[in-house]
Write a protein that binds this ligand. Structure first.
Ligand SMILES: Nc1ncnc2c1ncn2[C@@H]1O[C@H](COP(=O)(O)OP(=O)(O)OP(=O)(O)O)[C@@H](O)[C@H]1O
Ligand SMILES: [Mg+2]
Length: 206
């Protein structure tokens, strides 16, 4: 279980805090949905949970262990908004192997299968995939690390209806095995599968 207690983030460069006193909990194998308008602090929260940014006050726990940014980097996997813009492998396998030199064939196939991409040629270029396939590859890149907590920033943004539907179906399957936190400003299609929903505005949970 993830437990966030009184988390605030106030970088020195900003006049006001970006996140104010956030507290919430997410149980194992649940999908939590954080909904808020542009600028409400959603991506900032995910960057903190992914261990990329150090928060100012408050505590983050996984089970009963209090976590540092280093721990968070190890246990969380963040899929950025528009993750396909950050692909840097020249093949699907290279993209999946970034950061792990010794991944075996089985682990690669199982990551691709979990996002419905096992039919693809692993030597194909990520750039040759459709928009929906690229999103699914970006999910596989994080799943292959087996994160305790999967963090998704606007996972369906910019996709057409059929590709959004594919991603929603995959999330429905993934939530059986993984603990997932999704942030979005467009909750409509995601709310039905969320186990818990929070509203964030101006860095505060309502
Ligand atoms: N590094 C930074 N320095 C100063 N201000 C920042 C920084 N990063 C984000 N902010 C500010 O923090 C607030 C929250 O931004 P954030 O990107 O987290 O919002 P968001 O909810 O993800 O918005 P969107 O839906 O547009 O992606 C905004 O007011 C933004 O201008
Ligand atoms: Mg954002």
């Amino acid at each position: 279980m993830l437990s966030i207690q009184n988390l605030s983030y106030h970088p020195a460069a900003t006049p006001d805090a970006i996140l104010h006193n956030l507290s919430f909990e997410l149980s194992d194998r649940q999908l939590g949905l954080m909904v808020g308008p542009s600028g409400s602090g959603k991506s900032t929260l995910l960057e903190i949970l992914a261990g990329f940014v150090e928060w100012t006050t408050g505590s983050i726990y996984w089970k009963s262990q209090e976590l540092t940014p280093d721990h968070l980097q190890q246990i969380c996997g963040l899929v950025f908004q528009f993750p396909e813009r950050h692909f840097c492998g020249s093949t699907i396998v290279e993209e999946l192997k970034l950061g792990h030199i010794d991944l075996d064939y089985e682990r690669i196939q199982s990551a691709l299968a979990s996002v419905g991409l096992s039919h693809l040629n692993p030597s194909a270029s990520p750039q040759s995939l459709s928009g929906g396939q690229q999103r699914r590859l970006a999910l596989a890149v994080q799943l292959i690390r087996q994160p305790s907590l999967l963090l998704l920033d606007e996972p369906t943004a910019g996709l057409d209806w059929s590709m959004r539907k594919q991603i929603l179906n995959i999330l429905q399957e993934l939530k059986k095995d993984w603990t997932i936190l999704v942030v979005t400003h467009e909750p409509e299609e995601l709310s039905a599968m969320a186990d818990q929903t929070w509203a964030i505005a101006h860095g505060k949970i309502a």
